[in-house]
Design a protein around this ligand. Structure first.
Ligand SMILES: [Zn+2]
Length: 248
């Protein structure tokens, strides 16, 4: 899928996930959704020309080269007898449940042990990635939350609360990316290293009829607009408000 669609599905997944993480208010839900939207771009660091890889020029370019090299090595080391003869760079190591879980665990550990400045740093990176993919309205939403936290007089307390769940949101963003790619023609081997039909990198995908081409008309004119509508309807308070309006 395209970066914009990944970020949009990440935003919707974040809004659905927010109540489970104890984020019930509109500002809290916006923070969760921003983190999942930004994180939903990370698995494509294994592609040199993805949004995440081009994000900060040479810096993310280097991260991308590392991700590609690690993915290639892991694929050669762990491929099964029936896995395809491919390089194993794109849509491999970073497109797995294991990567999502490991990155989420690491973020939880790092933000828990380094304090609130680390939470702020992760939030800032996720927000900038989300702005890059979805547009300036994400920046306006993030600025609104930051101003609210400052006005309440205790931003440290808010950041400490975020530290409790930020790793989960990052992992969810990465997982949503894998599920999105699984719906495209090539599928996604996100259950690695579970062996399926002689492959440890078995591409999970629904029947052909339900899959679409990356960047094709289904993604552009159906998936992305549907995510845009859901991304508004899932905001806390919007759906009850609409029900209320239609009642009268
Ligand atoms: Zn991908």
């Amino acid at each position: 899928m395209l970066g914009r669609t990944h970020a949009a599905t990440g935003w919707c997944a974040g809004l659905a996930l927010a109540p489970l993480l104890g984020a019930h208010t509109l500002p809290q839900a916006v923070v969760v959704a921003t983190v999942t939207a930004g994180s939903a771009l990370l698995p494509d660091l294994d592609h040199g020309s993805s949004r995440a890889s081009r994000f900060v020029g040479p810096l993310t370019g280097l991260l991308s080269a590392l991700a590609q090299g690690a993915s290639r090595g892991l694929y050669q080391l762990t491929k099964g007898p029936r896995d395809e003869p491919v390089s194993g760079e794109h849509r491999h190591a970073t497109h797995t449940l294991a990567f999502a879980a490991l990155l989420g665990w690491w973020i939880n550990w790092a933000t828990g042990s380094m304090g609130t400045w680390a939470v702020g740093a992760v939030l800032a990176v996720a927000a900038l990635l989300a702005v890059d993919a979805l547009g300036d309205w994400v920046l306006a939403a993030a600025a609104f939350v930051a101003l609210l936290w400052l006005a309440n007089g205790n931003p440290e307390h808010e950041l400490a609360a975020v530290a409790g769940w930020i790793g989960w949101a990052v992992a969810a963003g990465c997982l949503v990316h894998c599920l999105g790619d699984a719906l495209t023609l090539s599928g996604c081997p996100f259950l690695w290293p579970i062996p399926i039909a002689g492959e440890t990198w078995y591409e999970i995908r629904p029947p052909r009829l339900l899959r679409f081409r990356t960047g094709g008309p289904v993604e552009q004119f159906l998936v992305l607009p549907a995510c845009t509508v859901a991304g508004v309807l899932l905001l806390p308070g919007v759906w009850p408000m609409l029900l209320d309006l239609t009642d009268h």
